[in-house]
Design a protein around this ligand. Sequence first.
Ligand code: AMP
Length: 190
Amino acid sequence: MKLLIMGPPGVGKGTQAKGVAAHYGVPAISTGDMFRAIVKEDSPLGHQVQEIMNSGALVPDEITDKIVENRLAQSDAAAGWLLDGYPRAIGQVHALDEILAAAAAEIDAVISLTADTDVLVGRLLKRAEIEGRADDNAETIKNRMKVYHDSTDPLLAIYAQRGLLVEIDGVGSIADVAARITAALDSKLS
Ligand code: AMP
């Protein structure tokens, strides 16, 4: 099973990715988590990524694509995966297409989690208090929303055109949204 999960910042992508991936027995692969791990390494790349993440911008495609390609080549990803937060820009869609073509593999479905922007900004500010994420301050949140709107939202049309998009209302309890996702995927993929 090869899945993507997309949605605006704060919609609960990461939480749902972990649950859905566990449900289907595949690893949840989050580019945001991988970048947070790189930042902790205190290397020149880590410092570069930290600055970008703190501004709410996207890490350049050439760095991101390479990291994803290497991660998907690991043995635990051989049977499938759920990509959380990738692709996020048009160049990344093409890079993923190439990675998949080289492996003669295809995406099974793209989950699009939706919610109202006001709800999301409220959620992110609350998460900032609880988790202390450096990129959850008001200024960065505003920029991440803009980046999502400008760069990532247009990708949904591409996957819709390919007949892969499964739109899910992301407002509700974690369990309710998870149930919606697995029900929609099971009916699409059966
Ligand atoms: P996330 O945890 O998915 O919200 O990602 C946090 C930050 O990591 C983003 O705001 C970007 O700076 C960076 N990031 C995560 N995924 C990507 C990606 N696919 N392309 C570029 N930057 C990314």
